[in-house]
Design a protein around this ligand. Structure first.
Ligand code: FAD
Ligand code: SF4
Length: 510
């Protein structure tokens, strides 16, 4: 054949495929499911199913429209088990003049493909993102220190998103409405929430589920409740429902958490975006249109657009700029193992058990759950950042390295020494108490740092400040927390150190 167009599992966009010059009359599409992609981190079943179900639906749609698709299934006989092993076999069959693909979302795979000798490779820059590699490099070049806020303002101006009538200044007179977006629920909780917008699995998804159960039987998580949108049509329906039902309160409650409530006012669109079922431009446009129709307040719409036009593009820029060295960073010299209960949720701390349980069940947790519950605990415990990265990359349906790694290693573990975040995100159990009702159902007390009822977050928070005193003192935004520690008596400090050591020695929980 003329060309093989290799469509990776996170490149499921027909428009992007055609943009790379695909001609159904002359070319073949190649798609490969490979066991190794689920085993190099211990990928949960919901995450693997998200990829396989979406890939299989995409291949069906292409085939129905007349494209020739060579599709290698996970459970196919004689499968080599790896992406490159199957690529070799496909190239031997099809003998193409060139291999086309959109660049992968992972440095490791990109490097392996660039090194291929067996066929001329034409790697296309990913058209899905609003900020190209060159544009990010230009942004970074002018700056000693990178900060999301300035990047985001540039993107707003360049893409003409949420600008006032003059076309230059921000709509509503401010770039940022974060101060309106830190609400928690009162004692009555979130009340009646919009129902989840999910889709029951069809025969294609059920077949993918069966293949996973057969090939990866002992992987964590379960797929009984799997109901994520895995086609573009269903993802568009989810987007529409989010805009109508959740966006108006997204801003106000984006940081809030509540026992047993997985979905709240978030969009649940990250996997659809990352697999390219949705384009960020259409998601941003839909949110902006809701604001102009008067259906959602500016603080919600700005807060939501900031996540996609700001954070999402920014972390991608950071990833490609600092890899592969980024993966090796460990600025806080953290070397503790990841507690084994991160893979089961079987832990006494209620916030952690709730977030991990929903994660394994649905492959989902919202940003503050990831940052300020599972991420914060690993940071305070001093877990090796690579082990934390291995967990986050394995458990979420939206996890792809370009977005997961800077969020985990940088934002949540501060292992990059301040590239992503200007300070470590540290807090005691009192933050979780303020933002949720988890503490009401927990055997521990967030106000206590020592004693059998002491909240492990609170103990480890003070111990973290004790351990990293010099680094924290140098940061004006954290110096106050060091001064607070200095008010502790010598006995209290000794008790905190002893309890922190005991927690670490007993597998991460008292
Ligand atoms: P919403 O709250 O509805 O936000 C809207 C959209 O904004 C998301 O769908 C997502 O596309 C984007 N977004 C929001 N925050 C971020 C962010 N910090 N970085 C990049 N995009 C963002 N997101 C992933 O897509 N994949 C990951 O593997 C991932 N790993 C993370 C690991 C850690 C430790 C942390 C703290 C965050 C991680 N995030 C990751 C970012 C964020 O938590 C998820 O994008 C979000 O929770 C997905 O849920 P949602 O679609 O309901 O998001
Ligand atoms: Fe989590 Fe501590 Fe609250 Fe328990 S008391 S739920 S461990 S923050």
């Amino acid at each position: 054949c003329r060309h093989v167009h290799w469509v990776l599992g996170d490149q499921l966009s027909e428009a992007d495929l055609y943009a790379t010059g695909f001609d159904p009359a002359k070319d073949w599409v190649l798609m490969v499911e490979a066991k190794a992609e689920s085993t190099y981190v211990w990928s949960t079943k919901p995450r693997t199913l998200m990829f396989l179900a979406a890939m299989r639906h995409f291949a069906e749609e292409l085939t129905a429209k007349g494209a020739r698709v060579l599709y290698q299934r996970l459970d196919a006989p004689q499968h080599t088990g790896s992406l490159l092993g199957e690529l070799d076999r496909a190239l031997a069959w099809l003998q193409p003049a060139a291999l086309h693909l959109i660049e992968p979302g992972e440095w490791r795979l990109r490097a392996a493909i660039v090194a291929l000798q067996s066929v001329p490779v034409r790697m296309h820059e990913d058209p899905h993102f609003l900020c190209s590699h060159a544009a990010f490099a230009a942004h970074a070049k002018a700056r000693k220190q990178l900060r999301m806020e300035y990047f985001y303002r540039e993107m707003r101006a360049r893409e003409r998103v949420l600008l006032g009538k003059d076309g230059k200044t921000p709509e509503g007179g401010a770039w940022n409405f974060d101060h309106d977006n830190r609400g928690s629920f009162d004692a009555r909780g979130p009340g009646l929430l919009p129902p989840p917008e999910f889709v029951p699995p069809d025969a294609i998804t059920l077949a993918a589920k069966a293949a996973i159960d057969q090939v990866l039987p002992d992987h964590p998580g379960d797929t009984e409740d799997f109901a994520w949108p895995v086609t573009r049509a269903d993802a568009l329906t989810s987007l529409d429902r989010f805009i109508r039902q959740r966006l108006p309160l997204f801003g106000q409650y984006q940081d809030a958490m509540w026992t047993g409530e997985t979905w709240l006012y978030h969009s649940h669109l990250s996997a659809a975006l990352n697999l390219k079922l949705l384009n960020p431009r259409e998601v941003i446009a839909a949110a902006e249109a809701a604001y102009h129709r008067g259906d959602a307040p500016l603080s919600s719409v700005e807060g939501f657009i900031r996540q996609i036009l700001g954070w999402r593009e920014y972390v991608r820029g950071i990833y490609w700029r600092f890899m592969p060295q980024y993966l090796e960073r460990n600025a806080l010299s953290a070397h503790e193992p990841l507690p084994e209960w991160y893979w089961t949720g079987n832990v006494a701390m209620r916030c952690l058990s709730d977030v991990i349980t929903q994660t394994l069940k649905h492959g989902y947790a919202h940003h503050i759950q990831r940052l300020m519950v599972t991420g914060l605990y690993a940071l305070l415990l001093g877990v090796d950042p690579k082990a934390v990265h291995g967990w986050y990359l394995a458990v979420y349906v939206d996890a792809i390295e370009w977005v997961e790694l800077p969020n985990t290693l940088g934002m949540s573990q501060y292992a990059d020494g301040g590239i992503m975040a200007s300070k470590p995100y540290i807090a005691s159990g009192k933050y979780i108490q303020r933002m949720s009702n988890y503490c009401q159902h927990c055997p521990f007390n967030p106000a206590l740092a020592v004693g059998v009822k002491a909240c492990p977050f609170t103990t480890l928070y003070w111990h973290f400040i004790d351990q990293h005193r010099d680094m924290l003192k140098a940061n004006p935004r954290l110096a106050m927390q060091v001064r607070n520690l200095d008010r502790f008596s010598a006995d209290a400090l000794t008790a905190i150190r002893e309890r922190a050591t005991a927690i670490r020695q007993s597998g991460g929980q008292p």
